[in-house]
Design a binder for this molecule. Sequence first.
Ligand SMILES: [Ca+2]
Ligand SMILES: [Ca+2]
Length: 232
Amino acid sequence: MLLPLIILMLTPSALGPSFGTNEEVLVISKAANPVQIDGVWSTETEWLDASETKIVADGLTAYLRVKYDERFLYILIDFVSDQGLDRSRDLAVACFDTKSDDGNVPLEDDYCFYAATRTGRTTSGIMQGSGSGWVIIQDAKLVDRFARIGYSHSSPYDDKNGHVSYELKIPTGPYGLEEEMRFYLYVSDGYHNNFVEWPANSGGKQFAIGSPTIKDVLAIPDGWGKLHLKPS
Ligand SMILES: [Ca+2]
Ligand SMILES: [Ca+2]
């Protein structure tokens, strides 16, 4: 028993306040069931084969489910406490630090994929790290293949109250997504002017009314967790 104790004492957290990286890990499995990107949990089995993480903060509750196959990473966010789709500031952002090189600024191997409402429109897009912040490299009306916002009365988490949900389908090849990489999720409800994030308390900020873009509110890569794609 002596050896594990020594190792424990030598970890950075034992050396006083740590400003190191977040060690939370989300393990995901290969998809067995097909996903239809329509913004909602659309068939009984659609997301049963995905990881499941409940995220709670300040009275908000969201369920995150993630899985992957040879070409895509699939994400469902069932935001059960968001019972109305707002004209602005309802948004989900999923970020990847593909080289897991952390840092206190987003670098060029860091990508965020988002779906959002803005002034009555729904849009989806991709941001890339620039070394000092986030740059939107693609932004389109939400007719896109990779992201949808939905509103559902029929998810397994709440089949009584209608609520907002998001589905993302992210191509792994073009963005260099790896078997293990850093991962961050941010979901905001415009009505409550509040958000949840994974990992919890990783440093995202409440979305401010009047903020020109969503790039100012995300945690820095040092605060992100790890996503591990379990081989089949
Ligand atoms: Ca669906
Ligand atoms: Ca909302």
